[in-house]
Design a binder for this molecule. Structure first.
Ligand SMILES: CC(C)(COP(=O)(O)OP(=O)(O)OC[C@H]1O[C@@H](n2cnc3c(N)ncnc32)[C@H](O)[C@@H]1OP(=O)(O)O)[C@@H](O)C(=O)NCCC(=O)NCCS
Length: 379
């Protein structure tokens, strides 16, 4: 009996690789929901901590639950010194995402649940909360260490966004800045079976652990087709420099068949549900700071991309100029994405392990047929 030819979809486009209750994209309406809640509402009315709780525990926290969660995060934010020493040992030319992988991996053995069974749901949730709490400190202090500065310990009074800015800059940020980062963390937290999340799920499906899954995911997020796009988008905006250069710049790139970073998406067809809020925020920030140039350049890029390719900006495009306006160093844009996405990664790893089967797809073999081994002196 002939064997059926396996279906193949390059890039796994359109392939269903699992069942999940964590988030969903309504492509027709360009709507993203986290566990049933519209990300727009979460961004406007909630906080990153609320979103993290929702993703990890499956429901919106009651006031008392949120307060307890925030206390737990505050008590778990401190990173052991040996982890910082490991990060400091990484050569200074390393991208912060590579330094972050070292930090997360080094952190693993200090977790009180390090030896827990990988299928232990409660231990996996505790590990996820600890990782969520520490990511901001790893990124901010990793940057400080690479630039010859001392580590700053987290402030238990500040939230995730506020603490990140405080540890990065050595001073507390104003409320508007904290809210801007907080909103971006809500928008970046979760997005279904994207490349890094899928990678995290694959890693833990072998019954590896949450920290190893996070390291795999960080490595995947780093690429410019995924999270790395926010850094590349800002580099592009800087190259454009002024609004009058934007149209020609984009048309020239497209003529050379080059990708425009921060545009397009595998899932969305009309627009990226998150980009609208992010760009409103970035433009409002520009007006407050008296610097609307980046928003103006972005508008021209968006118009030309629509005309030429019928493509729309994804969330990384407005995130890029928003972070730039806040004075955040460009190599930290993708690590900020990771500070947020750790929650989505962890929710997925927990879900995978709660109902695990090792992820092991097939490929179509397209190599040589069976041939005889040739002794080395006859090749
Ligand atoms: C996101 C992305 C990786 C999706 O990839 P994908 O689903 O495989 O999409 P495809 O590569 O099949 O793109 C379809 C077409 O649109 C074009 N296209 C997609 N994104 C483009 C972009 N940013 N700039 C220019 N052309 C683009 C492709 O070249 C392709 O054109 P073709 O049919 O003439 O060959 C892709 O849009 C991209 O590389 N974007 C830039 C990086 C980025 O912003 N990533 C962050 C995503 S949130």
């Amino acid at each position: 009996m002939a064997t059926a030819t396996p279906e193949y979809s390059p890039g796994l486009a359109g392939v269903i690789a699992g069942i999940s209750k964590i988030s969903d994209i309504d492509i027709e309406k360009s709507r993203l929901i986290y566990r049933g809640y519209d990300v727009h509402e979460l961004a406007e009315k909630g906080s990153f901590e609320e979103t993290a709780f929702l993703l990890l525990y499956g429901h919106l926290p009651k006031k008392s639950e949120l307060e307890e969660f925030e206390r737990t995060l505050a008590s778990e934010r401190t990173v052991p010194d040996y982890v910082y020493q490991a990060m400091a040992a990484v050569p200074d030319n390393a991208h912060p995402m590579d330094q972050l992988k070292v930090g997360v991996q080094a952190l693993a053995p200090s977790d009180p649940d390090y030896d827990a069974d990988p299928l232990d749901h409660d231990a996996n949730v505790r590990k996820s909360v600890r990782l969520t709490a520490k990511m901001g400190a790893l990124v901010a202090n990793g940057w400080r260490l690479a630039h010859g500065q001392d580590v700053i310990q987290p402030d238990p009074e500040l939230n995730t966004a506020g603490n990140f800015l405080y540890m990065l800059n050595g001073q507390k940020a104003d409320d508007y800045t904290v809210k801007t980062i907080d909103t971006s963390l809500v928008l970046y937290a979760e997005h279904g079976f994207n490349a890094s999340t899928f990678c995290a799920r694959v890693t833990v499906s072998s019954l590896s652990d949450i920290y190893s899954g996070a390291v795999s995911a960080i490595g995947t997020l780093k690429g410019k087709l995924h999270g790395g796009a926010n850094e590349k988008a800002m580099e592009m905006l800087l190259e454009i420099g002024e609004p009058e250069n934007a149209e020609k710049y984009i048309r020239d790139k497209l003529a050379k068949k080059e990708l425009i970073m921060g545009f397009g998406h595998r899932e969305y067809r009309i627009s990226d549900s998150r980009a609208g809020i992010m760009s409103q925020m970035g433009k409002e920030l520009g007006r407050r700071l008296g610097n609307t140039k980046w928003g103006d350049i972005a508008d021209i890029c968006e118009r030309v991309m629509k005309e030429e390719k019928n493509l729309f900006p994804n969330v990384d495009f407005p995130a890029a100029y928003t972070y730039y306006l806040l004075g955040i160093p460009i190599p930290l844009y993708t690590p900020i994405f990771a500070i947020s996405r750790i929650t989505g990664w962890c929710a997925h790893m927990i879900e995978q392990l709660d109902n695990n089967r090792i992820i092991r797809p097939k490929c179509i073999y397209d190599g040589e047929s069976l041939r005889p081994y040739v002794p080395i002196d006859q090749r």
